[in-house]
Design a protein around this ligand. Structure first.
Ligand code: HEM
Length: 451
């Protein structure tokens, strides 16, 4: 017997034993169609993996971190250790301790930080995939809305975590963020006491800490449970198509004949999870995070206030001439409401982006806007921009996108009409993609390959 066969036989035996004793299949999600063995179908699972890594690494960091602004004797020694005169607060000092004294602490802290960046990037990726492929369309409207809240919570995790090392840079940026949040019409004044507590620095740090390690992760976990429960009840979204008659769910019988979630899909996702952790550690080892100076050490603190990259666009917005915090926060709320209610704004039955030129244009323009504003915010933080500068820089993003999407749509409609005419078909209005009247997994796959 070859080693491969011997290995597989024993693995099957062990798996059979575990399955028999745990009835694991019953806890697993429903089986999935064969065509889902592609990373693009599991972007949400990658975000969930990233979240799990953040929870585990965050719990380890909690063993050492102290959410306190006091400068005890021990910690003032820590301030002097880095060659400064003023004593350092405990929050900063415990972070310094993690980096310099805890074995592999620097690696743990850096992977937690880069893991947060990766999670935010993956959330955007998952969001944009769903946006372009029309995953928000019926019956997945609530999956989309819960997802939007998850995105807000993820950004909230980033915001609250930024203050915890208690550096002058993060302290200033958090204060700008708070001014923006309090500027929210009606909601802002209500948020005030929740964020600021008793108005002291300790009150603020404690609130950020509580939100970061308890409230937001709990809310995220609960919403994630709802998000996955909704995913389970609808099944995975079929590939995007121009066919308005495409069924958007598999029947129970079809689902049963798909690939089992446990162990096949779980192992597939697990493989990507291992790659993710490997990459995170490699990046952290190559570029360990450098702790900026602490709150109060103004002599060496940077003059310009900068948030983490995912909020740079918002900071740049406030640099625009005439844009007050209230205008900036109202605009971001409008974008958020657009995303939240998108399933009810885009009512067409077709999921392919080429059939939804208006929404494709809005999505692509928003993407261009965020990327450009982020780069701009990073390159020229706190530099005021006059209206002419805003118009000549942002205008082309919306204009070029509009022309490109318009041209693509016009060409698509023309080619489609020509094809219809050549066929002499009276089947107007529907792209001749493989339709799925009694969608078998195979016909769903067919619909995809013809897109
Ligand atoms: C913390 C953030 C999030 C997590 C952990 C998460 C997790 C997941 C998971 C595990 C799935 C199952 C399919 C897959 O793996 O892609 C899923 C599906 C889905 N998610 Fe998310 N998600 C998050 C944020 C979002 C956001 C921001 C949106 C959109 C606004 C969204 C919309 C959807 C939709 C529409 C589906 C169904 C897609 C399908 O059936 O293929 N999710 N999500």
């Amino acid at each position: 017997m070859t080693f491969g066969r011997w290995y597989n036989r024993n693995l099957n035996k062990i798996w059979g034993f575990v399955e028999d004793r745990t009835a694991m299949k019953r806890w697993a999600l429903r089986p999935q169609p064969e065509f889902t063995f592609k990373p693009s179908y599991w972007t949400g699972a990658f975000v969930a993996n990233a979240f799990i890594y953040q929870v585990v690494s965050g719990m380890l960091l909690l063993l050492y971190y102290q959410p306190s602004t006091t400068t005890s004797a021990t910690y003032s020694a820590c301030g002097q250790a880095v060659g400064t005169l003023s004593p350092a607060p405990a929050a900063w000092c415990s972070t310094y301790y993690i980096i310099h004294s805890v074995p592999m602490g620097w690696l743990l802290l850096t992977t937690h930080l880069y893991g947060a960046y990766a999670m935010i990037f993956l959330v955007f990726l998952h969001f944009y995939r769903g946006y372009y492929l029309g995953a928000y369309k019926a019956p997945r409207e609530f999956s989309w809305m819960v997802g939007t809240l998850l995105m807000v919570l993820t950004l909230g995790m980033g915001f609250t975590g930024y203050l915890l090392p208690y550096t002058q840079l993060s302290y200033n940026a958090t204060n700008v963020g708070i001014v923006l949040a309090l500027g929210l019409p009606k909601v802002g004044p209500l948020l005030g006491p929740f964020i600021l507590a008793d108005g002291t620095s300790q009150g603020l740090l404690s609130r950020m800490f509580d939100a970061h390690v308890l409230l937001l992760p709990l809310a995220l976990g609960a919403l994630l449970y709802a998000h996955i429960a909704l995913f389970e009840s609808h099944g995975i979204a079929p590939p995007a198509t121009s066919d308005p008659l495409q069924r958007r769910r598999f029947t129970e019988k079809e689902s049963k004949s798909h690939v089992p979630f446990m162990p096949h899909i779980v192992l597939y996702i697990g493989k990507w999870m291992l790659l993710y952790i490997g990459l995170l550690f490699a990046m952290a080892a190559l570029w360990p995070w450098q702790l900026p100076t602490y709150v109060g050490n103004l002599a060496v603190a940077p003059a310009v206030t900068e948030p983490d990259w995912y909020f740079l666009w918002l900071f740049k917005l406030v640099d625009f001439y005439g844009v007050t915090p209230i205008i900036a926060v109202t605009l971001s709320t409008a974008i958020l409401l657009y995303i939240l209610f998108l399933p009810f704004l885009d009512r067409s039955k077709r999921t392919h982006p080429r059939d939804r030129p208006l929404f494709t244009w809005i999505g692509t323009s928003l993407l261009g806007f965020f990327v450009l504003m982020t780069v701009w915010g990073g390159e020229t933080p706190a530099v005021q921009i006059l209206p002419v500068g805003v118009l000549t820089t942002l205008g082309p993003v919306f204009l070029v996108n509009g022309v490109a999407v318009g041209l693509f749509h016009w060409r698509y409609v023309r080619q489609y009409r020509r094809r219809l005419a050549a066929r002499g078909s009276s089947f107007a209005g529907i792209h001749p993609v493989a339709r799925v009247p009694s969608a078998s997994p195979a016909s769903m796959t067919e619909a995809k390959s013809s897109d």
